[in-house]
Design a protein around this ligand. Structure first.
Ligand code: ADP
Ligand code: MG
Length: 403
C-alpha cells in the first residue's frame, strides 16, 4: 500500500490492504443439551436436530425446500470445539488487528443458542487457573494477541516497537448504556469526536491490560455486573447487548533515521441480546417498554443489515444510513459497512422447538453475508505530520508577508 511503501516506514511493510472486506459469516449449531432433552421421544432417544451442516458450508433446515439451503463462510456443528471457532475467527482477527485494521466479532442468535458460550465461555472456565478447553473466544483472542505482540517485538528488535492495550466493557440495556467495569455509571452518552469522527462513550472506564490475568479479571468483573431480566415468557433470557472493546496502539521508532509511525486498531467483541421475537404476554409497564427498547437496537441492526446488503448488491450510492436510530448501531457503526473487518457468528439451537427462530437467524446471517465493509489500515507517520507542520509554517510566513 502507498502508506507502507514510504521511505523509513518503521512498521512492517507487509500490512496489505484487506483482500476481502466482506463480512465473514459463521453459523454455529450448538450440541443438544439438557434443555433440549425435554423434547426427547418416548423411547428415550434424543430429538432429531432440525438443522444440520451439509457439505460445502451449507446448512440444511428441516422442512425447507431442498436446493434452497443456506450457504456461509463456515459452519460449525456439535463436534466443533471452542478452539475451532478461535481458529476460524479469532486468529484472523488478531492478525488484522496487528496490521492496523479495526475488527469486530458479533454473536447473534436466540437465547440459549450459545452466544455467551462462544464469546466468553463458561465463567468457570474463565476463573480457573488451569487452561480450560471451554474458554471462549475473548480469552483466546487476548492470549494470542499478547503472544503475537512478543513475537513482533522480537522480529523487529532493530526498531523500538511498543504496544499498549486499553479495554472497556459496557452493556446496552433498554437503550441505556451501563459501564460494566463501574456499574454505578449508568445512562452514559455516545459522543462523536468532530475532528476524527470517532464515536465513543463519554466517561466510560478504560483499563490497561498487560497480561492474561488482567483480561480475565476485567471479564469476570464485567460479566458479574451484567444484568439479566426475568419475565414469565423467558425466565433467564439475556436482554442486554454486551460490548467488550480493546484499543491497541503501537508505536514503532527507527533509531537509525529517527522516523516513527503509530498504528491503532479497535477490537469489538459483542454478545448481542437474544434475537427471539419478544413475547409480550404478561409483560406490563416497564417490562413492556423494555421489550420495545431492546427490540430497537436489534431491529435497527436488522434494518441496517438489510440496507447495507442492498447497497452492496445493487452498487447504489449510500445516502442516509440510519446508524443513530439505536444505541447499538450508533456505537458500532464503524463495524457495519465502515472502516472495520466484521465477523458474525450466528448461533442456532438444534432443537425442533426452535425451528422458526433458527430459520430467522439463518436468514439474517445470509443477508449479513452480502455486506461489504471498507477497512483500511489506521496508520500515521510522524514524518507526514512534520511535513504538514512545515507546510503550515511556510503558508503562515507567506500570509504574513502579504499583509
Ligand atoms: P445464549 O448466550 O445464546 O443465550 P448460552 O451461551 O448461554 O446461550 O448457551 C446456552 C447453554 O448451552 C449453556 O448452558 C451453554 O453452556 C450451553 N452451550 C452452548 N453452546 C455450547 C457448545 N458449543 N458446547 C457445549 N455447550 C454449549
Ligand atoms: Mg447469553
Amino acid at each position: 500500500s502507498a502508506a507502507a511503501a514510504g521511505a523509513g516506514a518503521a512498521h512492517d511493510a507487509a500490512a496489505s490492504p484487506a483482500p476481502d472486506s466482506g463480512v465473514q459469516v459463521v453459523v454455529r449449531i450448538r450440541p443438544p443439551c439438557r434443555v433440549d432433552e425435554e423434547e426427547a421421544g418416548e423411547d428415550g432417544r434424543g430429538p432429531e436436530a432440525c438443522v444440520r451442516k451439509t457439505a460445502g458450508n451449507l446448512v440444511a433446515i428441516q422442512g425447507h425446500v431442498q436446493g434452497q439451503d443456506f450457504t456461509f463462510d463456515a459452519v460449525a456443528d456439535a463436534v466443533s470445539t471452542q478452539e475451532d471457532i478461535f481458529n476460524l475467527v479469532g486468529r484472523p482477527l488478531v492478525e488484522n488487528c496487528l496490521s492496523g485494521f479495526n475488527s469486530s466479532i458479533f454473536a447473534y442468535g436466540q437465547t440459549g443458542s450459545g452466544k455467551t458460550y462462544t464469546m466468553w465461555g463458561p465463567l468457570s472456565a474463565l476463573s480457573e487457573d488451569s487452561v480450560s478447553s471451554e474458554r471462549g473466544l475473548t480469552p483466546r483472542v487476548f492470549e494470542q494477541l499478547f503472544s503475537r505482540i512478543k513475537e513482533e517485538q522480537v522480529k523487529h528488535a532493530d526498531k523500538e516497537l511498543t504496544y499498549n492495550c486499553v479495554c472497556s466493557f459496557l452493556e446496552i440495556y433498554n437503550e441505556q448504556i451501563t459501564d460494566l467495569l463501574e456499574p454505578t455509571q449508568r445512562n452514559l452518552q455516545i459522543r462523536e469526536d468532530v475532528r476524527t469522527s470517532c464515536v465513543y462513550v463519554e466517561s466510560l472506564t478504560k483499563q490497561y491490560v498487560f497480561t492474561m490475568k488482567d483480561v480475565t479479571q476485567l471479564l469476570l468483573k464485567g460479566l458479574a455486573n451484567r444484568r439479566t431480566g426475568a419475565t414469565s415468557a423467558n425466565a433467564d433470557s439475556s436482554r442486554s447487548h454486551c460490548v467488550f472493546t480493546c484499543v491497541i496502539k503501537s508505536e514503532s521508532k527507527n533509531p537509525e533515521d529517527g522516523s516513527s509511525s503509530t498504528r491503532s486498531s479497535r477490537i469489538n467483541l459483542v454478545d448481542l441480546a437474544g434475537s427471539e421475537r419478544q413475547k409480550l404476554t404478561h409483560a406490563i409497564g416497564d417490562r413492556l417498554k423494555e421489550a420495545g427498547n431492546i427490540n430497537r437496537s436489534l431491529s435497527q441492526l436488522g434494518n441496517l443489515i438489510n440496507i447495507l446488503a442492498e447497497i452492496s448488491q445493487s452498487g447504489k450510492q449510500r445516502h442516509h444510513v440510519p446508524y443513530r436510530d439505536s444505541k447499538l448501531t450508533f456505537l458500532l457503526q464503524e463495524s457495519l459497512g465502515g472502516n472495520a473487518k466484521l465477523a458474525m457468528i450466528c448461533a442456532v439451537s438444534p432443537s425442533q422447538s426452535c425451528k422458526n427462530e433458527t430459520l430467522s437467524t439463518l436468514r439474517f446471517a445470509q443477508r449479513a453475508k452480502a455486506i461489504k465493509n471498507n477497512a483500511v489500515v489506521n496508520e500515521e507517520k510522524v514524518e507526514d505530520v512534520n511535513a504538514l507542520r512545515e507546510q503550515i509554517r511556510q503558508l503562515k510566513d507567506e500570509l504574513h508577508r502579504m499583509k
